[in-house]
Design a protein around this ligand. Structure first.
Ligand code: FMN
Length: 407
């Protein structure tokens, strides 16, 4: 298909190329961006210049190629701070493990990392590296830190690596996928949720037994926090009601920290009215009926006292049937069997528009993990989403919400 030549007309993209074998694909990326009318200003790391030449990058982009932080001519002409800001979007493709680590830690020891630290523009990164480098806990940490800082990601994909013949996740997204992500950020979805209010719940609840013990579950809050961040990036004013989690607050979101289900319900109701409610928290179904005022003591020779439970408020159902019901009410169903059927039953009972049902059996590693496989259960059917990172699930859901509210 001939691309729409004007989708990126008038947009200036600062393309940072770092030193990975996938740098050769950046040449095609430049061509695709220019076909759509974008102006591309390239920055290359020293590593990148080992893989593709500034001559080729300069010829394809029809632009000066910036390589040095301490270049007297470039500094007098554009200057690194202006370079960082005089664009609509910064794209890092490929983003090496090394450059991601520098970005996550705020290093600024070459032109690329300095520009990334100095920019006030949105940043989209397309990681590319060997699967073991991608799966290394250090890279996982850096990726999570960067997502929390509001950096957008596209890919990597699974497949065979160019240099080693090894297979796994780590291949840079194809140039056209990167172009699509750029278009989503710059054209089609330019803050489509501006002026909309969203409430998101996230994490587990802790239901106290006594002052030191509680009933909890394995929810980490990663999925709910990612959804709050994704909605905020699309312009929504987001209140995130979070149970006890160990992950950082997302950027650009108002966070209310709670512990118990009843506190979570109160915080959610206090945030109404809203246009969107996404109830992701794994709220405990039951609480201890009478929390002990003092630590329950173990008495030698005495059998333990049974715990009497009381039902907790059903927050999703309360919101789904509230007089100020948000236009879109979305719930999560964490299931270990009959995932789609249970999702559909829950949709009806709770008065929700969509249920994202996922299988949280221990073998899936979803609870607490980085990835998720969900079924989107709606009033007109069920969609199976492929396995994705929790950030990608969040971005896809936020895009769906924006599309639903635009009609
Ligand atoms: C042949 C070869 C291929 C490489 N490919 C990658 C890669 O795909 N991804 C990556 O993160 N690093 C890769 N590296 C390692 C980086 O080049 C190295 O970490 C370098 O310091 C990155 O510098 P930069 O991040 O400043 O561009 C590769 C190295 C070699 C020698």
């Amino acid at each position: 298909m001939i691309p729409n030549e004007t989708t990126l007309a008038g947009k200036r993209i600062l393309l940072i190329i770092s030193g990975g074998i996938a740098a050769y694909k950046s040449l095609d990326l430049i061509r695709r961006l220019r076909e759509r009318g974008a102006e591309v200003r390239p920055v290359m790391t020293a590593g990148a210049q080992q893989f593709v030449t500034p001559l080729a990058v300069g010829a394809l982009s029809a632009s000066h190629v910036f390589t040095d932080l301490f270049s007297r001519e470039d500094e007098q002409d554009v200057g690194h701070i202006r370079l960082a800001r005089d664009c609509n979007l910064v794209v890092v493709a490929p983003a090496t493990a090394d450059l991601m680590a520098k970005m996550a830690h705020g290093h600024a020891d070459d032109l690329a990392s300095t520009v990334l630290l100095a920019t006030d523009r949105p940043v989209l990164a397309a990681p590319a590296m060997n699967p073991r480098m991608w799966m290394h806990p250090a890279t996982r940490r850096n990726r999570a830190t960067l997502a929390g800082d509001g950096i957008f990601f596209v890919g990597p994909a699974a497949g065979e690596m160019a240099e080693s013949g090894e297979a796994g996740e780590g291949r840079m997204a194809e140039p056209l996928e990167i172009v699509a992500a750029i278009e989503r950020l710059l054209v089609r979805e330019e803050r489509p949720l501006a002026g909309r209010k969203a409430i998101v719940t996230s994490g587990p609840t802790h239901e106290p037994i006594d002052p030191v013990r509680y009933i909890a579950n394995r929810s980490s809050g990663k999925q709910g926090h990612a959804i709050a961040a994704a909605l905020a990036r699309l312009g929504a004013e987001v209140t995130l009601v979070s149970g006890p989690v160990t992950i950082p607050n997302p950027v650009g979101v108002r966070v209310v920290h709670v512990e118990r289900a009843e506190e979570m319900r109160d915080a959610v109701l206090a945030a109404l009215p809203a246009d969107i409610a996404v109830m992701v928290a794994a709220v405990a179904d039951w609480r201890v009926a009478a929390t002990a005022g003092n630590k329950i003591k173990k008495r030698p020779g005495e059998a333990p006292q049974p715990l009497l439970l009381a039902e907790n408020p059903d927050i999703l159902k309360t919101v789904g049937h509230h007089a100020s019901r948000p236009k879109l009410v979305i719930g999560f169903a964490a299931e270990t069997e009959n995932v789609a059927d249970n999702g559909r039953t829950k949709l009806e009972r709770k008065g929700a528009d969509y249920i994202l049902a996922n299988d949280v059996s221990p073998s899936t590693g979803i609870m607490g993990g980085e990835r998720n496989t969900v079924k989107l259960v709606g009033r007109d059917g069920t969609e199976d989403w492929p396995e994705m990172g929790k950030d990608e699930v969040a971005e896809r859901l936020a895009a769906l919400i924006a599309a639903r509210l635009s009609v």
